[in-house]
Design a protein around this ligand. Structure first.
Ligand code: UDP
Length: 319
């Protein structure tokens, strides 16, 4: 029997991907250490085989590859915290970079493998000021996290050139949606704010800086759409693609969007700009479009759906 491996499959993006694969009747193996992923993100399904373990454990990876035959590998497992990559750099390097290289070594010997997809990040662009960020823009990562993502991504492309591993790297921009951890510092600003809107009728949100800083916010459904799209696309291997919307949205715009969806008014606390914060970011997505994929969700539309999926909001009149 053939399987698809999803590392980090119990996490925010990984679990949505697993849902989508199961819907299409694939047999899925999830490898996740549950350090940030959660079992409750995964459905109870006989086509899903869950392995709890560390992606950096070579013995475990050897075992997994001897037990299963993979046609596709989605490599999403990572310590997705820029902050932790600064405080715990070596461990993050083992998980975010070295483990990816080991996985490539296994993939290289996997004769049934049709596609390997690596979850890279807009963090590879770092503080390079050119906009919009295209895949050919300079890469100037400013954190160990960004360096590890970039290095692993380049290993994917190099293993494609050297050994024909059918690997693709996707640079995810600011992904948001249900199951994102809005409670932590690393949850992503849209989810952090959404949590505030859901937990109080008078949400108080903290904005670092003046709120004019921008990001390219891409909804989880578009991210899964793009990820599934490159899974089957013949000419995608050996390339890197931005996964984003191509739209520039400020932090204040996100708050306005949430206010419109929830009919609540936020109180904004302005705080000092974070060190290392990037001022503006949005993507050129022409390469992904040229491949044939176009994102569908606008911020307002997706925030509306996100809010609805996250729970009931009291109507303002009910306050
Ligand atoms: N941000 C904010 N309030 C928060 C969390 C984040 O103003 O509660 C800002 C953060 O300083 C940054 C932007 O929102 O300028 C996006 O932050 P996030 O961590 O979501 O993404 P990244 O900066 O890694 O692109």
């Amino acid at each position: 029997m053939k399987h698809i491996l999803v590392t980090g499959g119990a996490g925010f993006i990984g679990s949505h991907l697993v849902d989508s694969l199961l819907k299409d009747d694939f047999n899925v193996v999830v490898l996740d250490d549950l350090s940030s992923g959660k079992m409750e993100n995964l459905p109870d399904d006989e086509r899903l085989h869950f392995i709890q373990g560390d992606i950096a454990d070579h013995g475990l990876i050897d075992e997994v590859f001897s037990q299963f035959t993979f046609t596709h590998i989605f490599h999403l497992a990572a310590i997705a915290s820029v902050h932790e990559s600064v405080t715990n750099t070596y461990r993050c390097h083992q998980v975010n970079c070295e483990a990816s290289l080991y996985l490539l070594e296994k993939a290289r010997k996997c004769t049934a493998l049709k596609r390997m997809v690596y979850a890279s990040s807009a963090a590879v662009y770092g503080d390079d000021p050119s906009l919009p960020k295209s895949e050919d823009s300079p890469t100037r990562p400013i954190s160990p996290y960004g360096i590890d993502k970039y290095t692993a991504e380049q290993y994917m492309l190099t293993y494609n050139r050297l050994y024909g591993v059918p690997a693709v790297a996707l640079r995810y921009f600011n992904v948001y949606g249900p199951r994102q951890n809005g409670g932590s510092m690393d949850g992503g600003v849209a989810s952090i704010f959404l949590n505030k809107f859901l937990s109080s009728k008078r949400p108080v949100v903290t904005v670092y800086g003046d709120g004019q800083q921008t990001r390219d916010f891409v909804y989880i459904k578009d991210v899964i759409g793009a990820t599934r799209f490159v899974m089957g696309h013949e000419t995608a291997a050996g390339n890197v693609y931005n996964v984003a919307t191509g739209r520039e949205t400020s932090i204040l715009n996100v708050i306005q969007g949430l206010e419109a969806c929830t009919e609540q008014k936020a109180q904004i606390l302005f705080s000092e700009k974070r060190t290392g914060d990037i001022e503006r970011s949005f993507a050129d997505i022409s390469r992904l479009r040229a491949l044939g994929f176009t994102p569908r969700y606008s911020l307002l539309e997706s925030l509306g759906e996100y809010v609805a999926s996250a729970g009931e909001i009291d109507h303002p009149q009910a306050r």
